[in-house]
Design a protein around this ligand. Structure first.
Ligand code: HEM
Length: 408
């Protein structure tokens, strides 16, 4: 294949924004004709098999340099900081850093947080008036992951708003590149570094059972150093908040559009875990991940250099009929035979997926137990084809009259 022979995809096309059914109708011919396309940002991989294989191919990095270059960051403190995130380390250093923190993310470790998460959601929903509409985005979607981040690193929970903002600013590197983001990202990087360094110092004198204290023990054994710990926590901040926020909001919006599926989950809350997997498959908040070759190499006849970027898709493989039968049917009871690609795959596969699944499950259980119906009054998601960012979401609900006030 020659690059110029690949079919072209216009990522800004109206068909690809807002509506997944329309987006899939638009890309399906490209999937059927080989699953490769070229776009302004590089090469797009659109089928499940192609995308998953590239995500796992260790000859490629997660393309941080092209991500940062997109906002004009090629040197300086912010560049240094962001290239030292766990996600952006490769090879033996990445393996060592990941091993030093991964045990903390075990199923048992994550489950300890479930009752707190449910308690917060219940508390914030209890404050909502009995009738009418409220701002779900601010009250739940944005607040929950940032509060959980505070808890993960042992910071005061009241700092959630600061972390929500810092994370959103850091995450501008995951949007369509725009040089105007450079200053914002730089300022956020400075603030993030100084806050997180202080927190590491605090945990040195008062250790707990948080992630930082866990890594401090690994530091004592010589397996991770302070800069690397910072690279892990910073990664957890930017990886855990906006992503979860948009998926929580999308899940609710999808169910509001499918009252039959809402009713199935309401009748049997034990299906919520299965339902969440289906919801994130059907309507993913992340559209694609990035890869660049570590060395010059041949990709299907195309000569690539480390400056090139490939985009293994998430949304198209999640709707690939070769991987998921009848993919544009939402069925919250279906056991998925393949893993949706929302969390990437391979050595960088998402370390916090059990955390976000837990958050998404507890939010759904809380709203299903309280409400009979939900309607989205107003919502906006930006960043289609990159990482969806929830800008706002107002919902109106009908209270479940059978639930006594004390149990709500
Ligand atoms: C809906 C929510 C989330 C999505 C869609 C998501 C997605 C991803 C993806 C796609 C990757 C990288 C995969 C790659 O390029 O191959 C990743 C890595 C990562 N994620 Fe998540 N994530 C989410 C939530 C979280 C949460 C809640 C945490 C932490 C509590 C977290 C922590 C991380 C970390 C630390 C990495 C880097 C792993 C490494 O490089 O070894 N993520 N995530």
């Amino acid at each position: 294949v020659r690059l110029e022979d690949l079919p072209e995809i216009d990522l800004g096309a109206e068909e690809l924004q807002h509506d997944m059914d329309r987006a899939m109708a638009h890309v399906r011919p490209l999937m059927e004709s080989g699953g490769l396309a070229r776009s302004v940002r590089g090469i797009e991989l659109l089928t499940y098999d192609r995308s998953a294989a590239l995500m796992r191919d260790q000859r490629y990095s997660v393309a941080i340099n092209s991500r940062l270059a997109g906002v004009g960051l090629t040197e300086g403190a912010a560049y240094e900081g962001m290239t030292s995130l766990l996600f952006n380390r490769e090879g033996s250093r990445h393996t060592r850093m990941r091993r030093a923190c991964a045990p903390w993310f075990s199923l048992r470790g994550v489950e300890r947080f479930r009752s707190d998460v449910r308690g917060w959601v219940d508390e914030w929903l209890d404050e909502v008036p009995d009738e009418g509409a409220f701002d779900f985005h601010e009250r739940i979607g944005r607040r929950l992951p940032a509060t959980l981040f505070c808890s993960i690193v042992g910071a005061p929970l009241d700092d959630w708003e600061l972390f929500a903002r810092l994370s959103e600013e850091n995450q501008l590197t995951s949007q369509a590149p725009d040089p105007k983001y450079r200053r914002i990202v730089e300022d956020a990087a400075v603030q993030t570094t100084s806050y997180l360094k202080e927190l590491i110092e605090l945990r040195r004198s008062t250790p707990g059972d948080d992630l930082i204290s866990f890594m401090l023990r690994a530091e004592g054994e010589g397996t991770i150093d302070e800069g690397e710990m910072l690279g892990v926590i910073w990664n957890v901040l930017v990886g855990s908040t906006d992503t979860t926020n948009s998926q929580i909001n999308l899940n609710l919006a999808t169910l509001a559009d499918h009252p039959d599926q809402w009713a199935i989950l309401k009748a049997d809350p034990d299906l919520v875990a299965t339902g969440v997997n289906e919801l994130l498959r059907y309507n993913p908040g992340l559209y694609a991940v990035m890869r660049s070759p570590l060395e010059p190499l041949d990709f299907e006849g195309i000569e690539l250099t480390p400056g090139d970027t490939l985009w293994p898709s998430v949304f198209a493989p999640n709707n690939d009929p070769a991987a998921f039968e009848d993919p544009r049917t939402l069925d919250v009871t279906r056991p998925l035979k393949r893993v949706p690609l929302n969390f990437g795959s391979g050595v960088h596969g998402c370390l916090g997926r059990m955390f976000t699944l837990l958050e998404q499950q507890e939010v759904l259980k809380a709203v299903l137990s309280r409400w009979d119906e939900v309607e989205i009054v107003d919502s906006e998601f930006t960043g289609a084809m990159y990482a969806l960012k929830s800008e706002r979401m107002t919902v109106r609900f009908t209270r479940d009259q059978r639930v006594p006030a004390t149990a709500r």
